[in-house]
Design a protein around this ligand. Sequence first.
Ligand code: HEM
Length: 538
Amino acid sequence: MLDFLQLQEFYRKYAAEAHLTFQTTVYAAGVLFALLALESFIRFRRHLQGIKRPLGASWLWGHEREVWEQSAGVAYANWMSLLQTDVFKIKGALRKPDILVVADPLAVTYIMQKRIYDYPHSEVVRPRIARLLGKSLGWVEGESEHKRMRHLVAPALSNDAIKKGVHKVFSAAETLEDNLQKHINAHGGASVISVCDWVNQATIDVIGKFGFDHNFEGGRSEDAQKILNSWRNMAIMGISERGFLALMLLRRFPILNYLPLKALKAQGDVRMNIHSGVAKEIIRRSQGGSTDGNDLLSRLINAHEESKISTEELMDHISMFIMAGSETTSQTLGYALWELAKNHVVQDKLRAEITSMPSDLSYEDIQSATKLPYLDAVTRETLRFHPAAPYMERVSLKVDALPLRQPLTTSTGEILNEVTVEKGQTIIIPIHAMSRQDSVWGDGSTYRPERWLEGLPFADKLPSGWSHLLAFSDGPRNCIGFRLAIFQFKVILAGLIRKFEFHDTGAAIKNKVTSSMQPVTIGEENISPRLPVKVTLV
Ligand code: HEM
């Protein structure tokens, strides 16, 4: 009953914008719902037979409400340990067929490295990427089209390209340090800040300068603030009850992607703000200028001038790189500072290592695990403990058999060495839960950078992504910006730790998931996502 009332309330507020009466909509939805439930029953009734499923699914929301209500990754982690398996199924919301959860490292490596083009983003994820970031590299599907786009931009994010742009990263980091220092001085030497809201000024500045020769003025220009605010609004909408309802309805009825719902509009605002402001400005400035370089902007402008990409595509590439390049890195940095504020021993050890080195380090020094081993360990541990994408959702295009590292015991006692997936099967890869698994990492639910200095004797139990993590995904569709991400993470973190001390405020957080992780402070759920940390000068 409560579920129905929630739906009715949701309709009144949002679907009414589509000018349909409630009765007509309920009738149409009822018929559609019955047809879909029947279709799922016929098509999927024999799928995933014998694969274990946790108890306690709600009739309406399946297991998906529990996933959404818990902190990121927690529900999957609990089920993995309860069912004693890395592969299980959960009930989808609104009578959607069961979703397969795959945490077996061999199966994940097989999907990501060998068969990624047979497992595109799901029908709820892909339109969201298009709305939020644009129809660019993270959105495109199909091997040849994806490879074409990837080849277009890959040289601009290579080691050589980053080496050429190191000064842009250092300059963004220094601007952040100066602004923070002024802020602390103006607040009597100590201030509680929302760290993500500070570091995102630096990361948007980096991608502006590095990718597009655009000055976001330390992330404080009007256009930077507009973009960051629209992202924040989208995140607030995404983690709200309405965001959950919209997500479940969209997953079940993808056609709703084309209705003027407020939750969808908030996602489109980020991209539109970039298109109408900074993207136009970048394109205007680059016209007639020299574009013979190998940087991101030159490569995109040249492709546009050679009619290889349309103006709309060019704008979408700009919006994709500005957001994909800045938001994920700022979140990772924010969580690193959050962890360091709670772990003073780790923070002091990191500061000791950084201050023992000259401040004008080269690209190689910073990227090297031998020159700054503890900085490297903190980087890896943060990406393990707080992956910006807590899970991946994909759909199989074909019948397939996923090989398993760990044979699977079905509910009838049968032992399987592979799992058959049917065409249309939705698959969740629970990155966050996998990277904290105590059964693999021993103390996986503890933030402990030292583990990376001890080596990973159990690497064969892990997937094959960067550093045996899936934080940057894996295979042909892994994160194309991972080198830049790691470099700017280290530069910004090292600069901040050299000058500032970060202290715990006692706040507790819950990580909600929208397009990425959103830290909600417990007791302050109505305030926008933030990581409150007290900062003083060293
Ligand atoms: C710590 C920072 C970052 C993290 C954790 C991260 C994580 C990821 C992940 C998990 C994916 C795969 C998404 C999926 O398949 O659904 C991805 C893809 C992507 N990332 Fe990143 N990313 C980061 C930084 C960056 C940066 C700095 C850039 C650009 C400058 C970037 C650009 C992209 C693009 C364009 C894709 C799509 C690649 C493709 O589909 O071929 N990311 N990232």
